[in-house]
Design a protein around this ligand. Sequence first.
Ligand code: PEP
Ligand code: MN
Length: 311
Amino acid sequence: MRDSFDIKKWIENPDELLLIAGPCSVESKEQFFDVATKLSELQEVKILRGGIWKPRTRPNGFEGIGEEGLKWMREISDETNLPIMTEVATPEHAELALKYGVDALWIGARTTANPFSMQQLADTLKGVDIPVFVKNPIAPDLKLWIGAFERLASSGLTHLVAIHRGFQDTNAAPYRNNPRWEIPIELHRKNPNIPIITDISHICGCREILKSTAQKALDLVTNGLMIESHCNPSCALSDARQQLTPSELKDLLYYQISVRDNDSDAKDWKDNIDQLRAKIDIIDESLLYTLASRMKVSRQIGEYKKSHNVA
Ligand code: PEP
Ligand code: MN
């Protein structure tokens, strides 16, 4: 049995790196127990994730196992003492997750993007102080992300965490979702009390770049990582290309990335060189926007002169 991990305490003081791992989807009892048991043996894994309802782009794919999977999650959590979390998109999902004593909820990128859904969830969770992890919306819209936190906070939820999972972008390559690191950095600047978890699996979309992306997150802006894990990734019913086996996950943690030492530079990412560079990127972007606006007005002047015969 593992030592208990108190998610609320961590949110209040996120000094240690938080690792959330588990399969994209809970597929069957056997699949889930297999991966969960192996992950529970890794002391670094503090929360077990599992998708019960899956938002799929097109219908008729695997849309999640539903309520039955919550029973398996509850069972494995009782056996291992590993806290569990799942994605909720509707009031019904949230009520079922609460019924099975899920320890934390996460809100998916498609749901954060919809203020109506966010408000319904916030209304459902009124008076239930469960930790809620909010993924960034699909589009690079910081205000929409912050709005989701505001809706939950207005319902009295006090333990909120951000999950950075990248942004849809036709130029995202080599990533599945463009990380746009300046956006979580800006979120941290505006709301320093909201810890940030980096979901490298959904940023990368493939295993090959997980390591460099994890390292970048650790150097730039993160309080923890979310990593999808499956015992047989190529057969996974969702996100097959991006999941790691528990032993690959262990390798990544122990041999491939370096976590800043807690006593010395632990908080260093808040002002290190990479982060300063990302800040420059944000300024450059607004400079480009200003220049483009200027060019637009000077083009209008040209058109005005032409139509009024002004030299
Ligand atoms: C997931 O975590 O499996 C998921 C569907 O994530 P996102 O909302 O980031 O696409
Ligand atoms: Mn997934």
